[in-house]
Design a protein around this ligand. Structure first.
Ligand code: BDR
Ligand code: CA
Length: 313
């Protein structure tokens, strides 16, 4: 089984990805770590506990970062037009969930769990990279102990979704993302190159609700608000960004990737852009030299990924 820790900012598409990871028979979910992003950290953490309770998830929730790695950065306001004021499409929800949090901060939970399962942990990171960067800063040796880091974020051939060149998860904490991309572990970037093409229609979503019972119906309910936003961007349906990263863990054959060092622009008009130097392309000494070659997804079999998500949920 894949031993997964899910680092997330729930978040509507995060909720769908969480149910995928929870339901997939080949995945053992060892923890959920929260990060700010789609809403403030108190809210994304409450939402993670809410989903844990609703879906009877055994894995602990550890609360993570509420601000960027570089304290000098001014955080963006949460994207309430995409995820609602409560981060889950404004569905009715208790203010407080009566479940305990893991006592450790998320980055400490990551370090401890990675060290307890050397070579086995797969991190699926679908929010800002802040918790992962904090874990690397405190215990750089974890890089050699992680099996892979599958990231929803960025894009190397596609344009951005918060600026013309930057995607939200990377733009929200570029310094953290650059630290994660350049660390000596295996990163797979599942970016807008593939997630922006993977659009679940209203009809497909409704079918998940019909076929999947109450648990799946919660995904349908939270997604209504998000659909409303996405239908101002695409004709029919919504991008299921975070579920694409979850699907990569179990079905990498549905993706094509390109390898090369990946860096993140930190500052200026391209703040938060991800750039890959494809392996084999020679340049004079440059800021990509000496960094590990990582994978970026450039192709996806979207229909098969959508069917997979449907079937697993
Ligand atoms: C990413 O940003 C968030 O809105 C989504 O949850 C996803 O992780 C897409 O850019
Ligand atoms: Ca997310």
């Amino acid at each position: 089984k894949h031993k997964v820790i899910f680092d997330t900012d729930p978040g509507i598409d995060d909720a769908m990805a969480l149910l995928y990871l929870h339901h997939h028979p080949d995945i053992e979910l060892l923890g959920i770590t929260t990060v700010f992003g789609n809403a403030r950290i108190e809210t994304t953490t409450r939402n993670a506990l809410y989903l844990k309770q609703a879906w009877d998830i055994a894995a602990p929730v550890a609360k993570g970062a509420g601000v960027t790695l570089d304290p000098a950065r001014v955080d963006r306001e949460p994207p309430t037009i995409v995820h609602g004021d409560n981060g889950l499409g404004n569905i009715a929800m208790p203010e407080v969930i009566d479940l305990p949090l893991d006592p450790r901060p998320a980055h400490r939970f990551l370090i401890d769990t990675i060290k307890a399962h050397p070579g086995e942990i797969e991190l699926v990171a679908v929010g800002r990279m802040t918790n992962l960067a904090l874990a690397l800063r405190e215990a750089p040796e974890i890089a050699g102990l992680v099996k892979q880091v599958v990231i929803m974020g960025g894009g190397i051939t596609a344009n951005g979704n918060v600026t013309p060149v930057a995607e939200a998860n990377i733009h929200g904490d570029p310094e953290a993302a650059d630290a994660v991309m350049t660390a000596p572990w295996k990163v797979v970037l599942i970016g807008l190159d593939v997630t922006a093409k993977t659009i679940m229609t209203r009809a497909q979503l409704a079918d998940i609700g019909r076929a999947g019972g109450n648990r799946a119906q919660l995904v349908v309910d939270v997604s209504q608000y998000y659909l409303g936003f996405y239908e101002t961007v695409v004709a029919d349906g919504m991008m299921v960004h975070d579920s694409c990263a979850a699907a990569y863990v179990t079905n990498p054959e549905l993706f094509t990737t390109q390898s090369g060092a990946i860096r993140v622009v930190c500052g200026g008009i391209a703040d938060g852009q991800t750039i890959q130097k494809p392996d084999g392309r020679g340049f004079p000494p440059n800021p990509w030299d000496g960094f590990p070659s990582q994978l970026a997804a450039v192709g996806i079999e979207s229909e098969k990924v959508l069917k997979l998500i449907h079937d697993v949920i």
